[in-house]
Write a protein that binds this ligand. Structure first.
Ligand code: SAH
Length: 221
């Protein structure tokens, strides 16, 4: 595992807010040391507007423009940990690139990350940011994630960072045998985070916890 600290130096802010955040994540039950280390070293303040950078290591979501948010660090850690609990994952698809923070976390832990985003400006900004960090194992696409990304399927893992009403069929189809889909489902105020495993005969579904994500929208913007 090569973290952004080891690639790019320590970043600009004091380490204390980051250490405090990692302590909070531990208290909230995140225990995978690789996930905690990557969350500690990834400069979240560089994924939000400069005006918000002093809030970047608080454990909550922040606006990233276009009515969208960068997910709460706890949720990023929780989803990443749930995904990694399935063992080695060669290829992972993320739906909802947003500012690219979750993408950057995944890219430091996995061999290859594909990520789709329906808002062109967000996708382009994320692409520049991830290139700047030297994360060259990421491929982004401006597309509607309801369709997944068939060209690179099947995926051992799929992570969805916006909430549909129901699990999109294409994502189930593009999951490899034994693969794991982490997805919030349901309307605002009634969403649950699901972990779905594809077996030879069926899909096993586990409810992880109640969550609050922006909606997964149809079409491009
Ligand atoms: N992964 C981000 C979370 C971004 S919020 C992070 O690290 O914080 C969710 C993102 O999903 C938004 O950017 C939103 O535009 C995007 N989104 C919503 N519906 C989508 C769809 N159908 N296809 C792809 N992206 C979608």
């Amino acid at each position: 595992m090569q973290t952004l600290y080891s690639r790019r130096g320590t970043g600009m802010l004091s380490k204390h807010p980051r250490e405090r955040l990692i302590q909070q994540l531990r208290t909230q039950g995140i225990s995978n040391p690789d996930v905690l280390e990557v969350m500690r070293t990834t400069p979240r303040h560089l994924f939000v507007d400069e005006a918000l950078s002093s809030h970047a290591y608080a454990n909550h979501a922040l606006p990233i423009g276009y009515g969208q948010t960068i997910s709460q660090p706890y949720i990023v850690a929780r989803m990443t940990e749930a995904l990694l609990s399935q063992g080695y994952l060669e290829k992972v698809l993320e739906v909802g690139t947003g500012c690219g923070y979750q993408t950057a976390v995944l890219a430091q832990l996995l061999d290859k990350v594909y990520s789709v985003e329906r808002i062109k400006n967000l996708s382009e900004k994320a692409s520049k940011r991830l290139k700047l960090f030297g994360l060259d194992n990421v491929q982004l696409c401006h597309s509607d994630g309801h369709w997944g990304w068939a060209e690179h399927a099947p995926y051992q893992g799929i992570i969805v960072t916006a909430s549909p009403k129901n699990v999109p069929e294409a994502l189930l189809d593009q999951l490899a045998l034994g693969g794991c889909l982490i997805i919030p489902v349901g309307p605002r105020g009634g969403q649950v985070l699901l972990k779905i495993i594809r077996t030879r005969t069926h899909y096993e579904q586990y409810t992880l916890e109640h969550v609050s994500f922006v909606p997964l929208r149809e079409g491009l913007s």
